[in-house]
Design a protein around this ligand. Sequence first.
Ligand code: SF4
Length: 462
Amino acid sequence: MSELAQKLLQNLYSPTFAGEDPRAFFAREDVDPLTHAFEKKMVIHAGVGGQVLAKEVYGPVMDELLSQPRQGPSAVYIHVPFCESHCLYCGFYSRPFRQTDSQIFTDALLREIELWRDRPAVGSGPIHAVYLGGGTPTALAAKDIQRLLKAIHAGFPLANDCEVTVEGRIHNFGPEKLDACLEGGANRFSIGVQTFQTELRRSMNRLSDQQTVLDTLFRLKRCDRAVVVIDLIYGFPRQSMDLWIKDIELFLSLEIDGADLYQLNVFKKGPLDQAVADGKLPPTADLPRQALMFAEAVGCLEKSRCRRLSMSHWGRSTRERNIYNHMMKGAASCLAFGPGAGGSLGGHAYFVENDYIRWLETVKKGEKPVSMLAAPHRFHRLYKALAAGFDLGGVDLARLDNEFNQPITAMAEPLLRQWHRCRLIDVRDGWLELTLAGQFWHANLAQLMIDYLHFNLERKID
Ligand code: SF4
């Protein structure tokens, strides 16, 4: 899901470099910063796209990247493009699942993994996280889930403490598939619950009721062989503050290992947008209301001594680490497989062919289906460090100044001063720290700072 998101989200926000005037990057003044600091959320994941290369050079450039030993934190991402139903709010649904897809898809995926298996960039340094995402990996048949996980363990140099996540949904995730995941070596489940409330779930076309959700989570927890985290979403139509807090309280009472709290994004012309426009559903929560829901949830989780692992992710137990998600915010390498998967190698970003049939045919021919390849900007590592820092709630500005040998703090000073005045950040001992309001707007702040520095650094050097 997150991989396709990257592509879609780039379309939501095009930076407007308003010359050198920092006011274009300022927050609104004299308003409640939590609810009104900005007019809209600009992006979900902050960053600067690279320089997209000409199609003719994909082969030679990829070949060169694969011939170098991989260095630093690294992950493997596998994209399973199928879902058994289309959840109303989802912009990442790509293909309905049919039982016959499972084996054909898994055979091709194993072939795709095989194509890179002996390359130095694959077999070198350890892999710290594996993520089976989608779509719905748990839609695949148990035997296919197991052989895929086994092939991953056999084909990549996984670190001893490698986080191996299977993303799943409640529907059709029975004991046989759970055993297949565990036998295959999965040690973390990320389950899309979104809300525990049966009526809300049904209104979003989620298939299972609250009792089934709870039974499944109890079953996962009871086996005690893997971390269990869930996704919850705030901002659905008819989701009152009361219902939202009930979801948080229910999560806390289950004592599973962690939760991701996501703000609802309404994709323009998507099924949810259409249902609201047609009057079939009341409107979704607006941004100020979402900000209040975010703040209430933060209050509840802090009171329960949950650990903050990122601006959206919380650990309830010490077993939860959230390694993959955090690595993907920074400059880690990611070896990507499956139609629509996004990866990065040597700072270059790439996408695997998104069209399922073209992906199948290309893999069958024995070729890696790369559909986009972009070279990194010269300050790519700085921008990634900023995006990762904002996602953790704080940026060590003094360290960035030294590490990148650029006057980052001095350059960003007009923004830092204005955002501090607007109660979005504090600056202490060389660190930028987000206030509660800043946490809600963290992606905007990260994107604005990256854009501002990008403009100034490029100008300084040219
Ligand atoms: S199962 Fe997940 S990826 Fe599929 S439509 Fe629902 S939310 Fe989207």
